[in-house]
Design a protein around this ligand. Sequence first.
Ligand SMILES: [Mn+2]
Length: 194
Amino acid sequence: MISLKHRNYPGEKDCGDQLQYWQDEKQLTCCVVDGLGHGSDAKEAACKIIHFVDSHRSDPPVKLFTACDQAMRHERAGVMAMAWIEDNLLTYAAAGNITGYLARENSEQGSYKLEQLNMDRGMIGGGFRKLNVQTLTLSEGDLLIMHSDGLNPFYHLEPWKTVANNSDKLAQMLLEDQSKGTDDACVLVYRHGS
Ligand SMILES: [Mn+2]
């Protein structure tokens, strides 16, 4: 149902991209963070952001992003995207360069229509002007894909459609096929429904 994969910058033992999700009784919360640069300093910044989110995740999106940005003001910055899924509702927000897609299966099985999700300029720890929080309705089989800029963005799921019903395989293949190899890379894939 949900899969998280990451890959370090070549030669580094630490990954500056960090992903986390929390499954509560009613809500699934997903968080993808890319700490500035790569290596241990980037990892430390990304982990601090994730830790902050962990302890404030019951706050609404704008409040959470704003407080996290403030808390990181004297730290290395990072970019962050978050998704909240409750029943069939997806809430999504991103400050900085994390790419998000909602892939909806067409009536023709195995074919997906990609919708790029919102991404606001700015950074956690470096400030952002406005956070646009998006809400979308999910149908069974819809895919939420979030990735850092260590992966090349893509515009259709055609090359991976044979594994699109398996979030683990899809995440692995996206990482293998789309990683730039010049940065940390991470990808999260969530498949809605059973
Ligand atoms: Mn990066």
